[in-house]
Design a protein around this ligand. Structure first.
Ligand code: HEM
Length: 201
C-alpha cells in the first residue's frame, strides 16, 4: 500500500515537472491558469481543482507518457478465452502493457509528443471506460487510490506553480534534461530532476 501510494505519486510529480520544464509555453499556459484561479489568495484549495482544466490535461498527458506502473498487476485467466486473434487457455498469466497501449499510434496522434491539449478536446479519461488509456489499470484490480492520487497530484502541482516560477540550473538547457527511465516496481526518472524555485511574491 505504501509503495503503491507514494512512489507512483512521487514519480508522476517528477515527470510532470520534467515535461513542463522542457516545454516553456506549456509551463506558462498551466501557470497562467493556476494563478488566474488562485487570484491572489494564499494557496490553491481542493475546491479550486475542478476549475483547473488545463492542469488536469497536463496530469493526464503525463500519466499517458509515464505511467508509473506500466505493466499493471499481472492477471491469470480463469477460463479459455479469445482476445483479438489470440486463443488464451485458462490459467495463463496475462500482462497488460498500459504504456504501450497509451502510445499506440492507432489511438494517439503523435503518440510520443507531450501535448496536453489533446485531452482538452477529448472525453478520454483514466477511469476505465477508455481502454486506450489505463494508467490506473481497470476492473476489480484497478487502482483504489485513483481519485486520491489525482487530487493530490493536482494540488501539489498547482501550488508549486502558484507560489514559484521554476527554472533549470544555470548553464543547463532544455536539451540537457535527461528522459531516461529507471525500471523498478515503479518507473522513476533515472537521474534526479534538479530545478531552481523562484518565489513569486
Ligand atoms: C499517480 C498515482 C498512482 C498511479 C498511476 C497508480 C496506478 C496503479 C496501477 C496501474 C495499479 C494496478 C491496477 C491494475 O492492474 O488494474 C494500482 C494498484 C494499486 N494502487 Fe495505485 N496508483 C497510484 C496511486 C495510488 C495511491 C495514492 C494509492 C493508495 C492511497 C494506491 C493504492 C493502490 C493499491 C492498494 C493497489 C493494488 C490494488 C489490487 O491489487 O487490488 N495507488 N495502482
Amino acid at each position: 500500500m505504501f509503495i503503491a501510494g507514494t512512489d507512483t505519486t512521487a514519480s508522476s510529480l517528477v515527470w510532470t515537472f520534467t515535461e513542463l520544464i522542457r516545454k516553456p509555453p506549456l509551463m506558462e499556459k498551466v501557470k497562467y491558469e493556476v494563478r488566474k484561479v488562485g487570484n491572489g489568495r494564499d494557496k490553491i484549495e481542493e475546491s479550486d481543482i475542478p476549475k483547473l482544466h488545463y492542469l488536469h490535461s497536463v496530469i493526464k498527458e503525463t500519466l499517458r507518457l509515464h505511467p508509473p506502473a506500466p505493466l499493471l498487476v499481472p492477471r491469470e485467466t480463469i477460463e479459455d478465452c479469445v482476445v483479438g486473434d489470440y486463443e488464451i487457455p485458462a490459467k495463463t498469466r496475462v500482462i497488460i502493457n498500459a504504456k504501450s497501449i497509451g502510445t499506440d499510434p492507432k489511438y494517439w496522434e503523435n503518440p510520443h509528443d507531450f501535448q496536453p491539449d489533446r485531452f482538452m478536446k477529448s472525453s478520454v479519461d483514466f477511469k476505465g471506460q477508455h481502454l486506450e488509456f489505463l494508467p490506473f489499470g481497470v476492473g476489480r484490480r484497478g487502482c483504489p487510490g485513483m481519485s486520491f492520487a489525482i487530487m493530490l497530484l493536482q494540488l501539489m502541482v498547482a501550488n508549486f506553480l502558484y507560489r514559484f516560477d521554476w527554472e533549470l540550473p544555470e548553464g543547463m538547457s532544455v536539451e540537457d534534461v535527461d528522459m531516461e527511465e529507471e525500471l523498478g516496481i515503479t518507473v522513476f526518472k533515472k537521474t534526479p530532476l534538479c530545478l531552481v524555485p523562484i518565489r513569486v511574491v
